[in-house]
Design a protein around this ligand. Sequence first.
Ligand SMILES: Nc1nc2c(ncn2[C@@H]2O[C@H](COP(=O)(O)OP(=O)(O)O[C@H]3O[C@H](CO)[C@@H](O)[C@H](O)[C@@H]3O)[C@@H](O)[C@H]2O)c(=O)[nH]1
Length: 321
Amino acid sequence: MARTALIFGVSGQDGAYLAQFLLSRGYAVHGTSRDSEIASFRNLEILGIRGDVQVHSVALHDFRNIVQVIRQAKPDEIYNLSAQSAVGLSFEQPVETIDSILNGTLNILESIRFLDIDTRFYHASSSESFGDTLDGPASEATAFRPCSPYGVAKSAAHWLVANYRQAYGLFACSGILFNHESPLRPARFVTRKIIRGAIAVAQGRLSKLEMGNLSVARDWGWAPEYVDAMWRMLQQETPDDFVIATGRMHALEDFARMAFERFGLDWRDHVVQDRMQRRPMDIHYSVGNPAKAEARLGWKAKTLLPQIIEHLIEAELASAS
Ligand SMILES: Nc1nc2c(ncn2[C@@H]2O[C@H](COP(=O)(O)OP(=O)(O)O[C@H]3O[C@H](CO)[C@@H](O)[C@H](O)[C@@H]3O)[C@@H](O)[C@H]2O)c(=O)[nH]1
């Protein structure tokens, strides 16, 4: 019998790719957004699946609203991908960030408990919880040392999920995902910003790209592959948490160099640092150890940075033509 999934936060990058992935496996897919009447479901449109997802309006701070949508959709699997996701913005909107991430997660967990259903629950934890991974690639056993309001909220939500799993026996898993990119990323994230900037410079529409802190390094993966890992977690016999990453770290300067080189440009001639765009605190080194996901889920990142940059450039050029 066809299974049903409910995705909180279906309009974002991961929500759209996950909906596509689940539809391709025969799931009936329900998705929520703050106000589905006025929300842009552009990512679902780009993937050609807008008509295949049943959308609902859900405010995550409204417990009754969450109970209602779970009762309507009767999901076998629930995915929590909602809430504020920009780390930089979390310094300007700490209350909204912490409220949406923490209370949203708590309300979904409480709703599952209240309804006493044995739905499986996936929660989007984040590598931001680790802070700097100075002692080598972070695994599931690495301590959390978050350094942003977003990271603090994600850490608390992560432990809430673990607590509900242990205390109440919920089938609840957290994926601690490192950075994962795609053409569906909003341009406020650094990868899309650099790709767009390089193209604009190459086409003579921009002379200088203003950026924040360039002295950072990240573990960048390919978002469509990461939603597969989310699904695999919920197909396990027992619930658990997993780091999802490529295991490889690249300097942001190398990302910029590769993107500009593709157009025969030297990034150093076109990228300038703007102090105003720096965060009050930043993670310098971030890399994950995906060994547990590989061993237990049979999951491994296939698309690595040079291909990611190429895919992003191709998609950006195609969308402009
Ligand atoms: N956005 C942005 N970042 C810049 C810029 N210049 C330098 N950076 C640096 O580039 C790094 C990456 O920034 P983002 O692309 O905004 O991603 P993030 O902060 O690492 O967070 C993303 O990954 C997390 C882990 O998966 C996610 O949890 C989070 O929601 C988000 O997707 C950060 O160190 C940031 O300071 C700029 O102009 N814009």
